[in-house]
Design a protein around this ligand. Structure first.
Ligand SMILES: *Cc1c(COP(=O)(O)O)cnc(C)c1O
Length: 234
């Protein structure tokens, strides 16, 4: 079995070659290690191998991990990437550095109000529903700019870009087609927004297509930490 360190090296070289293939500089693609359901020890192994950005999907689990690592590893960056319920915004606002899954103004407003003054603004992305009706999370394409303007007016949030989770798809061409519309919208919005620098797209199964489509942050779980066992989640 491969160690987490070896997996990280493997993923990093996959990012390098995917970037090279489409003429991009690999330094423009950040690696978010998605550690949901994985124990503290697995994260510690990734930290020892030099990984600094981690993504979590579940509020309580994420807060426990952040609390564990914060004292000795203040350099780590914690990203909340799961669906957010409005009654769970407070711990997210109080502990995380980034939120990728902002998809409505009510959630954004609560995050801004609940962000402690002692912390820098929460860095947020708007999650866009790129695959239509089937998926529940994410704002529709037509509503992205309105939501962005609302977030602009919220003092404790900084809008950094967009995020999507397309339907799982094995075919590279279909993956490219799924990423294209969000990539186009990102470029368009970037023209008038200096702080817009993050396009969060790509998971273990579609990271090459995401990078070819302009992703600046891939969210990788399985390829780093192995398959997840949800039966142990409490
Ligand atoms: C779980 C998850 C990932 C990681 O998926 P893998 O296929 O394990 O790489 C990425 N993004 C989000 C939003 C997730 O929930």
């Amino acid at each position: 079995m491969c160690s987490i360190r070896q997996n990280l090296e493997q993923v990093t070289s996959q990012i390098d070659s995917a970037a090279q293939k489409c003429g991009r500089d690999a330094s423009g693609v950040q690696l978010l290690a998605v550690s949901k359901t994985k124990p503290i020890e697995a994260i510690a192994e990734a930290v020892a191998a030099g990984q600094t950005r981690f993504g979590e999907n579940y509020v309580q689990e994420g807060v426990e991990k952040i609390t564990h690592f914060r004292a000795h590893h203040p350099e780590l960056e914690w990203h909340f990437i799961g669906p957010i319920q409005s009654n769970k915004t407070r711990p997210v606002a109080e502990h995380f550095d980034w939120v990728h899954s902002v998809d409505r103004s009510k959630i954004a407003k609560r995050l801004s109000e609940q962000r402690p003054d002692s912390l820098p603004p929460l860095q947020v992305l708007i999650q866009v529903n790129t695959s239509g009706e089937e998926s529940k999370s994410g704002t529709g394409f037509d509503d992205v700019k309105t939501l962005a303007a609302e977030i602009d007016a919220m003092p404790n949030l900084t809008l950094r870009g967009l995020m999507c989770i397309p339907q799982p798809e094995d075919d590279h061409q279909k993956q490219l087609a799924a990423f294209a519309p969000l990539s186009a919208l990102f470029k368009e919005m970037q023209a008038t927004r200096p702080a817009f620098d993050t396009l969060s797209m790509g998971m273990s199964g579609d990271m090459d297509a995401a990078i070819a489509s302009g992703s600046t942050m891939v969210r990788i779980g399985t390829a780093i930490f192995g398959a997840r066992d949800y039966s142990k989640r409490t």
